[in-house]
Design a protein around this ligand. Structure first.
Ligand code: NAD
Length: 388
């Protein structure tokens, strides 16, 4: 059985699916690992390091895709420079694992099903303690949360910490984190380490204690509706609840030097938390970092991939922050994938037990079919839009 690691060809992607240390562990377990030459270059993992770990380094990308029994990737398969689709290079019955964006790009799932590929969307691994070591959404979100604070600190024309100097006392920066999931909690911890005074808000009241235990103040808004959906994810809130939260949050946003937004609702456009009026009320020089930029943005003025200046406020629409820290992002992603691979392979053969919730949830295509109802619904919705 060949486990192959493809080089990411998407512009801006610097991560690699397996790092040499993890390759060595898989090889020790008796698995054959092939790595495309140069796959780790942009994350500073050399071909020589992969070879030393026991991988076969293969220069021919067509062989990597075509011979793989299990092909490991970071992002969606792409169109190659020669015009061929990476998916078309996979052999029938191969397994593909990566961030396959099945709800946002369901047409890719359809192509994978047509090709009879067994595809695992790593973002659909259940958020349970049993699956924790395969949870790449969490490992990558924590990188994004950390980096968002560094970006904000670099853009802020002020110190983060309080300083008492001979030239006077410097007040600490006020940071407001909106959305206290994995990225938000890591952002809180990082901002606290840099010495800022931190407040945080989330519609899931359960996170209050976690926020407080990191040394931040939890901003409370009493919402008279259920805000948590199955699996612990946030629900989309009603227009009334949105209005109520905005009234309370406006004051906190106005008084903050930095606002970091991380709010997401699974399968939906990101909620709008920071309106134009709120941005206009912030002090000139303030900074907003929007981690939901590529999901539509939490701030009305966000432009994905751009730094926007508006009313003296810098609004940074970050995209793919994990790729900007490719060493540790790849290290954690590699561990997530290797755990899943070992979960799927028994005695050097694929062992697909669909009664297992991890496999059932993450496997989006098998045997020519899309298996996941939400992906089918997303595909129907996309086809309807295209048809209109
Ligand atoms: P996410 O990226 O889907 O969303 C980020 C945060 O935005 C969430 O905390 C969410 O509540 C919040 N949010 C959504 N709408 C909002 C709004 N209108 N205003 C303010 N905040 C809003 O979240 P995530 O970090 O992927 O975590 C999702 C869930 O999974 C959480 O319940 C988390 O505790 C859980 N989780 C469990 C495990 C585990 O058990 N192994 C691991 C990771 C995450």
């Amino acid at each position: 059985m060949i486990i192959a690691v493809a080089k990411e060809i998407e512009v801006g992607e610097r991560r690699v699916a397996l790092i040499p240390e993890t390759v060595a562990r898989l090889v020790k377990k008796g698995l054959e690992v092939w790595v495309e030459a140069g796959a780790g270059d942009r994350a500073f993992f050399t071909d020589a390091a992969y070879e030393a770990a026991g991988a076969k380094v293969v220069a021919d990308s067509i062989a990597i895709w075509g011979e793989a029994d299990i092909l490991l990737k970071v992002g969606l398969p792409q169109e190659r420079e020669d015009g061929r689709q990476e998916i078309d290079l996979l052999k029938v019955g191969a397994v593909l694992i990566g961030f396959l964006n099945p709800l946002g790009a369901p047409e890719t799932a359809q192509k994978l099903a047509d090709k009879k590929v067994t595809a695992f969307a790593i973002e659909l691994i259940p958020r349970s303690s049993r699956a924790q070591s395969m949870d790449a959404l969490s490992s990558q979100a924590s990188v994004a949360g950390y980096k968002s604070v560094l970006i904000a600190a670099a853009a802020l024309p002020k110190y983060f910490p309080m300083l008492t100097t001979a030239a006077g006392t410097i007040a600490p920066a006020k940071v407001f984190i909106m959305g206290a999931g994995v990225a938000g909690l890591q952002a809180i911890a990082t901002a606290r380490r840099l010495g800022a005074v931190v407040e945080a808000f989330d519609i899931r009241p359960a996170v209050k204690e976690e926020v407080q235990s990191l040394g931040a103040k939890f901003v409370e808004v009493q919402l008279n509706e259920e805000t948590v959906a199955a699996g612990g994810y946030a629900k989309e809130i009603s227009a009334d609840a949105r209005q109520l939260t905005q009234q309370v949050l406006a004051e906190h946003i106005k008084n903050s030097d930095v606002v970091i937004t991380t709010a997401q609702v699974q399968g939906k456009k990101a909620p709008l938390l920071v309106t134009e009026e709120m941005v206009a009320q912030m002090k000139p020089g303030s900074v907003i970092v929007d981690l939901a930029a590529d999901q539509g943005g939490n701030c009305a003025r966000t432009e994905p991939g751009k730094d926007v200046q508006w009313h003296g406020v810098t609004i940074i629409g970050t995209i793919n922050l994990p790729s900007s820290m490719p060493v540790h992002a790849s290290q954690m992603y590699s561990k997530n994938l290797a755990t899943l691979v070992q979960y799927l392979v028994k005695d050097n053969a694929l062992n697909l037990d669909f009664a297992d919730d991890i496999i059932d949830s993450a496997c989006i295509t098998h045997d020519g079919e899309i298996r996941n109802q939400r992906v089918k619904d997303a595909l129907t919705a996309t086809s309807a839009t295209v048809g209109n």
